[in-house]
Write a protein that binds this ligand. Structure first.
Ligand code: SF4
Ligand code: SF4
Length: 378
């Protein structure tokens, strides 16, 4: 079931009413028990203000907390492992900047500061058989994912499935990029993760979305929607429809269809509430050129990779005039191929696996993703 509410702005009262409608559409009052520990997992990628459109808006998180409290739930935790270091100091700064601190103060929900992890086996995993999850996710009776609709340089779409990458602690995340450098494998890992976390409900803040070079350097786009679903794969299929993309162009959706986790067609989705609009001109990231690598038979990929990497795959490029030498890119680089010299970051391209984590984590938009000159002429 996919529930949809049209909502033009981040008004706390209207958001609370819209979330109440979505709770009813998903029948959450019959699913969630008052005595349960419920964890809300927003997208808190980095230290950004709500109006920057990078993180789930506090009005949406607040509305979910308030509606849980109406069901009698009292043990509510807000938790995420943002990009970069997973430390109490880093979390405190992000909670404050993103408006989560104010939500917790008003509602009494707890902001997670437990830095522990729990080993969670996933015997049915296709590419990954276990994950170490942050404790508030592993220990919850019910997880509510509160995603933000954004384009994404690597996976194309940041929606329900991608939001769960933040259930993996801190700098362990870049290790997954290193283990799964091929986009198809990385997206299969995200599905294994989603099957491990098993969110009971997924909400998507698409009131103001991010298009273009998301998930942190794109442009804001008013899409005026608040969505919720009991199945994150179906929700992502609906999101691909909303942003006017072929479902198979988003590999998390393609993989979910191949595994039978998601219908083949948008028309097979069960919809409730307001009609879903289509933003066919929604801009995708510059990195989303043709994924040559995934389209080549596996045995030939090793031979073709150097040529594809060199001539066709978009590259991260640092603008030295903008760089402030903070080192966030180097910290997040799974290939350890960025160094900061004289307060300016430099990339050693020989080792770059084109995961774009550096682009995602740069706080001042000093890193852009540039298409190759050959593709620019095509
Ligand atoms: S330089 Fe950037 S794109 Fe290349 S491996 Fe490091 S983080 Fe990924
Ligand atoms: S490129 Fe961005 S993230 Fe890297 S050191 Fe410069 S300002 Fe920091």
């Amino acid at each position: 079931m996919i529930g949809c509410c049209h909502l033009a702005e981040y008004d706390v009262k209207l958001a609370e009413e819209a979330v109440s409608r979505l709770f009813s559409m998903l029948h959450l009052e019959t699913v969630i028990r008052p005595e349960w520990k419920v964890t809300i997992k927003p997208n808190l990628l980095m230290k950004r203000r709500p109006e920057d459109g990078t993180t789930t808006h506090p009005a949406v998180v607040r509305a979910i907390v308030k509606n849980l409290q109406k069901l009698g739930v009292s043990r509510i935790t807000i938790a995420d492992s943002p990009g970069g270091l997973y430390s109490k100091a880093a979390l405190a700064g992000i909670y404050r900047a993103t408006g989560m601190e104010a939500v917790a103060e008003e509602t009494g929900a707890v902001l997670n500061c437990d830095l522990g992890t729990t080993h969670c086996p996933q015997p049915d995993g296709v590419v990954c058989k276990a994950f170490d999850l942050i404790n508030p996710i592993a220990e919850a009776d019910f997880v509510i994912s509160a995603a933000k609709l954004k384009s994404h340089c690597m996976t194309g779409l940041s929606g329900g499935v991608k939001n769960l990458f933040g259930c993996i602690p801190g700098l362990t995340k870049p290790e997954f990029h290193w283990r799964f450098p091929q986009e198809k494998d990385f997206c299969n890992m995200l599905l294994d993760l989603c099957e491990t976390v098993k969110p009971g409900a997924t909400f998507v803040d698409a009131i103001v979305s991010m298009e273009g070079d998301g998930p942190s350097s794109g442009e804001l786009r008013k899409t005026g929607l608040l969505l919720a679903a009991d199945n994150p794969y179906q929700l992502d299929l609906a999101l691909s429809h909303i942003i006017g993309r072929e479902p198979d162009s988003i590999l998390t959706i393609q993989n979910a269809r191949e595994r039978g986790l998601c219908p083949l067609n948008y028309n097979e989705l069960e919809l409730a509430g307001d009609p879903l609009p289509v933003f066919s001109d929604f801009k995708m990231p510059r990195s989303r050129t043709v994924d040559f690598q995934s389209n080549i038979p596996r045995p030939l990929r090793g031979i073709c990779k150097p040529v594809i990497d060199r001539f066709f795959t978009p590259k991260p490029v640092i603008d030295r005039k903008i760089c402030i030498g903070c080192g966030k890119c180097a910290e997040s680089c799974p290939a350890h191929t960025i160094s900061v010299v004289n307060r300016k970051a430099e990339i050693n391209r020989a080792n770059c696996i084109k995961c774009y984590c550096c682009h995602e984590m740069c706080p001042v938009h000093a890193i852009s993703v540039k298409r190759s000159r050959i593709l620019e002429k095509m």
